[in-house]
Design a protein around this ligand. Structure first.
Ligand SMILES: [Zn+2]
Length: 421
């Protein structure tokens, strides 16, 4: 006697976690690095191979694959209501030069596994479901990051994106043409009923608290500045301490202040000086100039604004106390994002249905979903990654967490797309 898969109770439909894991490993072969990571940068020959494999898998599930003008790849599973706006699920498959197997790929392959499960169980949805793999999320070969989602949402024009060049002077347009991934926007969905993205956390919080799922409620707002501190170069020997204007001494006060400001505003405050150049960087010359980067983040607009003014007050105090000159240039400004309440609830109910330990979490990093949330109801599912490490060849997510994240995506997708009865 055989038991049809349809005979399984569907109250808690689950994905084939082993199959999903095998596909994650198979995709990671394309661009595999000796240290176990992946180097499959956007719009390279390896990206073409990755897209070809993904396309082959999607077509085997009966999905209709096409790309839009910036190469965002969509794969459609029909719904009962063929004209309804689709529920879109996915992420990206491009990687950093020394990236891992999970960042982005997990979200795309979890989406494919969700669709494969619906096919296997013969579940029809009211709305169509579209898998998506966004072009150039990482932004390492071509800036800016989140390029495909940026063009999709109108933050970046197609012409501007196609004109961006890599280190060899090759444009995005030339690279897209070379890998044959230029399609027509008219063939792809332009309006989403909802967008769900599963992703590794890229931070240590879930692992630290032994949670399986992060129900992502939004993303931290971000403000970036370049700071130049100018003093006076002088010989380290003949110049007494009280007659110096040491730019590095002022810069260390900025580093200390930025970290203090980040820590003083609750668990969602962040303050980082990540880049630092000393001039002339000579052991017996008092530093005349230091340039450094400042990165301030918070989930609350007003708190972020007050963090910025504390930072500016610090610079004013340094000028007053030391006679150094400071110059500040803002280089990026993204407001905090809040995901859609319906998407957040769908993810939470998915975590509850699968009895996953979960917590609400705010994304500290940028994601395609952050852009999409400007134009469609969007939400994200985080799973833990080992030691919070990503953008690293040693990036790792445990199979049980990969499976759990895909199960939550399945539940939430079914809720948004509606199971046809
Ligand atoms: Zn990613």
């Amino acid at each position: 006697m055989t038991t049809a898969m349809n005979d399984q109770p569907l109250t808690r439909t689950t994905v084939d976690g082993e199959h999903l894991w095998q596909r994650l490993m198979a995709l990671a072969v394309i661009g595999a690095t000796p240290k176990g990571g992946c180097n499959r940068q956007a719009l390279t020959e390896l990206d073409r191979e990755g897209r070809a494999l993904l396309t082959q898998w999607c077509e085997a599930e009966g999905l209709r694959v096409r790309t839009d003008a910036i190469g965002n790849l969509f794969a459609r599973r029909a719904g009962r209501q063929s004209d309804a706006d689709p529920v879109v699920i996915g992420s990206h498959i491009d990687t950093q030069p020394t990236g891992g197997k999970y960042d982005g790929c997990f979200g795309v392959l979890a989406a494919l596994e969700v669709i494969r499960t619906l096919n296997a169980l013969d579940i029809e949805t009211e709305r169509p479901i579209e898998l998506v793999a966004w072009t150039n999320e990482e932004g390492c070969r071509f800036a800016p990051c989140m390029m495909g989602a940026g063009v999709f949402t109108g933050k970046l024009s197609l012409e501007a994106a196609r004109g961006r060049t890599d280190g060899d002077g090759i444009t995005v347009g030339e690279a897209l043409d070379a890998i044959g991934q230029v399609g027509r926007d008219a063939d792809c969905p332009r309006r989403f009923a909802g967008y769900l993205e599963a992703h590794i956390e890229q931070g240590p919080i879930l692992e630290d608290e032994e949670k399986t799922i992060g129900v992502v409620t939004g993303a931290l707002g971000l403000k970036w500045f370049d700071v130049t501190i100018t003093g006076m170069e002088a010989h380290a020997g003949p110049t007494p301490m009280h007659l110096r204007r040491d730019a590095l001494l002022g810069a260390t006060r900025v580093v200390e202040a930025v970290n203090r400001i980040g820590g003083a505003h609750g668990p969602d405050g962040r303050g980082t000086v990540g880049a630092f150049q000393v001039s002339p960087n000579s052991r017996n010359v008092i530093p005349g100039q230091v340039t450094l980067s400042v990165d301030l983040r918070h989930r609350d607009v007003e708190t972020l604004a007050s963090m910025v003014s504390e930072f500016q007050n610090t610079l004013a105090a340094i000028e007053r106390d030391t006679g150094l000159e400071t110059q500040v240039t803002p280089t990026a400004d993204y407001p905090p994002q809040f995901f859609d309440a319906g998407c957040i609830d769908a993810v939470r109910r998915g975590a509850e249905a699968h009895e996953c330990a979960y917590r609400e979490i705010v994304s500290g990093a940028g994601h395609d979903a952050v852009y999409i949330s400007d134009v469609a109801p969007a939400g994200m599912i985080f799973i833990p990654c080992e030691n919070g490490i990503s953008h690293n060849e040693s990036e790792y997510a445990a199979p049980k967490h990969v499976t759990a994240g895909a199960n939550v995506l399945l539940h939430a997708t079914l809720e948004l797309a509606g199971k046809a009865t």
